[in-house]
Ligand binder design. Structure first.
Ligand code: GLN
Length: 481
């Protein structure tokens, strides 16, 4: 089986395999294992094979586009022209976008073959895919466990070799956390680095697009393709995009790594702590300098995030009233049409967030909740600004423990929210982060290290992750399916 992008590209280039054969082999793999894993909400075999044929023609003509003939999976919160896009929600069941989101379009322009759309917690709200309006994705390493979320479908698809690359989105951890649970590389870009045109909004001041791959090089390659300024997204940043792959091999000699005390806490799984500390020691052995640091406002990140994200979600989700998008439940009165459409269309978690958010934004409470949370957010960002004056990157566990059992936390929202403690601060600060596999626990579940970098410094986190990866063997393991 072909395991990663580098291999895929070599095989295509040397004409060992055609794009059609390659695409067919991934479609076969999906057919073979996705009945168990349920990573995809929609597979698009005809479209994929047609795109593969077009890629084969371009290859024959000597075209060398960076993703030419490469199959990819796309989280179902990104708009795909003529392919249903549901956000994992019944309210958008049957919705077919008329255009591609910019990140999707950039992959297509680079020659990629879209295999289908991957499962997600409804509107990306969750940490396990259990909040999907359709079904729960299973972790390929242990199918009784969650793959993480909300980009659990994309992470599981890559882990189970159903796609060499996938796109996800990360608002508070939804790329890094499933990356960690599924043992794959996952990059959360800095806020504004990747255009969000065509990304269906959850929390607009936090949403970012990220990439999944089997190796750091693969995920970095994809990020390089989708990153950049876009006139269609006024929040995208007009700064040049460095070639993240070109600098991967520059090593970590002299690189200053901060290790924040707040990320090694009582109650986290001891094996996770041990694996991450060993990974940091490995980076030190490769020439990096380790510095103990403090990010003192870390403890407020959870409550800050769970005010800001629901507040923004409540505003963004107001548009789903059955008039313009997706499902509509007709009633005699317009008001009742709204009520029934939204009441039937949204799941419990989405309703919970809309209520929390509407409350936090309501007259008389705005200053006490949303306004206050914004102030604390600034303090959290200042923690990172201060830290990055003395260190180049920050290393932490991605999550407090490996993948949990399906059903274990689904009735306890607070326990579920606690899964995000280590990923939320970087999201609030708008900086970038990567998950890199760094070990397995006694249950053979992957453990991940998070490397956080300064704003727009994706190149340095990729370089550090690559140095670590090349010195270890974790990325060579695959789940037994
Ligand atoms: N788990 C977090 C939440 O439920 C983060 C989700 C995300 O990053 N999309 O909001």
């Amino acid at each position: 089986m072909i395991e990663n992008l580098l291999e895929v590209r070599q095989k295509l280039k040397s004409k060992d395999i055609s794009a059609r054969e390659l695409t067919q082999s991934y479609l076969d793999r999906i057919e073979q294992v996705d009945g168990d894993i349920k990573a995809f909400l929609k597979v698009t075999p005809e479209k994929a094979l047609a795109a593969a044929d077009a890629a084969d023609k371009r290859i024959a003509a000597g075209d060398d586009a960076p993703l030419l003939g490469v199959p990819v999976a796309v989280k179902d919160v990104l708009s795909t022209k003529d392919i249903p896009t549901t956000c994992g929600s019944k309210i958008l069941d049957g919705f077919i976008p008329q255009y591609n989101g910019t990140a999707v379009q950039k992959m297509i322009d680079a020659g990629a073959v879209i295999l289908g759309k991957t499962n997600t917690d409804e509107f990306a709200m969750g940490s396990s895919t259990e909040n999907s309006g359709f079904y729960t994705t299973r972790n390929p390493w242990d199918t009784t466990r969650v793959p993480g979320g909300s980009s659990g479908g994309s992470a599981a698809a890559v882990a189970a070799n159903m796609a060499p690359l996938a796109l996800g989105t990360d608002t508070g951890g939804s790329v890094r956390q499933p990356g960690s649970y599924c043992g794959v590389v996952a990059i959360k870009s800095s806020y504004g680095r990747v255009s969000r045109y065509g990304l269906i909004a959850f929390a607009s001041s936090l949403d970012t697009i990220g990439t999944f791959g089997k190796t750091v090089e693969d995920a970095a390659h994809l990020l390089h393709i989708i990153a950049g300024y876009d006139l269609k997204d006024s929040t995208s940043i007009n700064e040049p995009v460095p070639d993240y792959v070109a600098t991967l091999r520059d090593g970590v000699k002299g690189l200053k790594i901060g290790v924040p005390e707040e990320y090694f806490v009582d109650g986290m799984q001891p094996q996770t702590e041990a694996a991450v500390r060993a990974a940091i020691a490995q980076l030190e052995a490769l020439g990096a300098e380790i510095h103990e640091i403090s990010l003192p406002h870390t403890k407020y990140a959870l409550s800050t995030y769970y005010l800001i994200a629901p507040a923004e979600a409540s505003a963004n989700l107001a548009r789903y009233d059955g008039v313009r998008y997706g499902n509509r439940k007709n009633e005699h009165e317009l008001w009742d049409t709204y009520k029934t459409t939204r009441g039937d269309g949204f799941g419990d978690e989405v309703k919970r967030r809309i209520m929390l958010g509407t409350y936090a934004l309501s007259a008389g409470y705005y200053d006490a909740y949303y306004g206050k949370a914004q102030k604390v957010r600034t303090l959290i960002k200042l923690d990172f600004d201060n830290a990055f004056e003395t260190v180049d990157i920050i290393c932490t566990p991605t999550t407090p423990s490996p993948a949990f059992k399906i059903g274990e936390k689904s009735n306890d929202p607070l326990q579920m929210y606690l899964e995000d403690v280590f990923t939320l601060p970087a999201s609030l600060a708008g900086v970038c982060g990567i998950n890199v596999p760094c070990g397995f626990d006694d249950n053979h579940l992957p453990i991940g290290m998070q490397i956080i970098g300064p704003y727009l410094q994706e190149a340095v986190i990729c370089r550090a992750a690559f140095a670590y990866e090349q010195a270890t063997e974790w990325h060579k393991r695959s789940p037994n399916l």
